[in-house]
Design a protein around this ligand. Structure first.
Ligand SMILES: C[S@@+](CC[C@H](N)C(=O)[O-])C[C@H]1O[C@@H](n2cnc3c(N)ncnc32)[C@H](O)[C@@H]1O
Length: 380
């Protein structure tokens, strides 16, 4: 979802307007004032907290410093709310705080010309990063500096790629903006080493960057169909697989969960759904939060009529949701049984990402207990 609207402000007594862009789906701020290097971080923070956006007219690096100073104020003011709260309450408070932080920091706005240049002193070159996400523009527009910094970071990732240890040697996966980036190695290792059923035909449901389809192809699966319902992910996966020379083995299609019924049953169906049940706070969170566990339950529920009789499904899921009180193990086991499936085996891994070891993280207790599993499922 892209929010396209107008923002208006007063300049020397004349009302001005510009197009508003927010890939994260944030609505156009209703109160906008001009700001430059004369504003202090405290003044900027106060205005942002009150819901007044600051359209920057000063030095670009000055705007960055203001946003950084605002972030420090927010982080300092975060109360130690950990005591006497259930993991579920802590998690909801954490999400609320994250949303509030994003809203406040998103109040510093940057003008961008239609050719994706920034008409401010000491502004970086962002044309490629903006064109990749916003496409061709016919008018000047305004975006939040926070979003712009996200676009610049995503552009760098896309350019450099992420190194993945894979069968047959390291491969680089280049995530696009808004596509789930495979930065947690433990689940990739599980897919790389789980015993492969004897099949030449596999599906990767919700392929994202295409990383799991690529691992399967590298493991020797002759034909993989990879689906995603997000067009951005399908483009990204297609580019990655082409770059890896795997376009003949893997076909990437837009689909809601499974490929259409014209395909024969598959000997292996893999899925790494979003790990947390919940409403995404922005379109960028669709790969993290699964509303009402729709993808998880839809995947499990559709397997019995799509798996070959001796085939296997690999569900990749962390139990973080269980530690946060958002889902129980019994619920998951119930969905598996109700779908006419049984568990043939499970491979577990402990997360290695930095947050799992950061005692200052508000969700540390749940994160340090987290296990990521590859569930091997068969038709019962
Ligand atoms: C957690 S990401 C996993 C991406 C990739 N498979 C990986 O392991 O890195 C989940 C992916 O599922 C996709 N997705 C969500 N709901 C879907 C649906 N109903 N049908 C197909 N794909 C879906 C999302 O767009 C996202 O790319």
């Amino acid at each position: 979802m892209i929010t396209e609207a107008e923002i208006t402000w007063d300049e020397a007594g004349v009302s001005q307007s510009a197009r508003w862009r927010s890939e994260a789906g944030h609505p156009a701020p209703r109160r906008v004032v001009l700001a430059d290097d004369a504003i202090t971080a405290d003044q900027a923070y106060r205005l942002a907290c009150e819901g007044t956006a600051l359209l920057w007219r000063g030095d670009y690096q000055g705007a960055r410093q203001v946003v950084e100073a605002m972030a420090r104020r927010i982080d300092r003011s975060r109360k130690a709310t950990r005591e006497q709260k259930s993991p579920e309450e802590l998690f909801h408070l954490y999400r609320l705080a994250q949303a509030q932080r994003a809203r406040t920091l998103g109040m510093v706005l940057i003008p961008i010309s239609a050719d994706h240049t920034i008409p401010l002193r000491r502004a970086p070159e962002v044309a490629l990063a903006c064109a990749e996400v916003y496409g061709i523009q016919e008018q000047d527009y305004v975006a939040s500096l926070r979003e712009l910094l996200g676009l610049i970071g995503a552009h760098e990732w896309r350019r450099r790629g992420v190194a993945i240890a894979a069968p047959g040697g390291e491969m680089r996966i280049h995530p696009h903006y808004g596509v789930f980036a495979p930065i947690r190695s433990e689940y990739l290792d599980l897919v790389a080493k789980a015993p492969l059923p004897a099949t030449e035909f596999a599906w990767d449901i919700g392929t994202g960057t295409g990383v799991l389809a690529a691992i399967l192809a590298r493991r020797g699966v002759k034909r993989v169909i990879a689906t995603d319902r997000d067009a951005r992910a399908v483009t990204c996966a297609g580019e990655n697989l082409a770059r890896l020379g795997l376009s003949d083995e893997v076909e990437v299609v837009v689909a809601d969960l499974f490929p259409d019924d014209s395909h024969p049953r598959a000997g292996l169906i893999v899925c790494n759904p979003p790990w947390l049940p919940g409403k995404p706070g922005s379109p960028l969170e669709h790969a993290i939060y699964d509303p009402d566990s729709r993808m998880l339950r839809g995947f499990l529920g559709g397997l019995a009529r799509r798996l070959a009789p001796d085939g296997e499904a690999w569900l990749i899921l962390s139990d973080l949701a269980e530690h946060l009180g958002l889902r129980t193990r019994d619920e998951l086991s119930g969905w598996i049984a109700h779908a006419g499936l049984e568990v043939a085996g499970r491979l577990d891994a402990r997360p290695q990402h930095p947050k799992a070891f950061d005692a200052a993280d508000p969700l540390y207790q749940a994160r340090r207990a987290e296990t990521t599993s590859l569930w091997r499922l068969r038709i019962a």
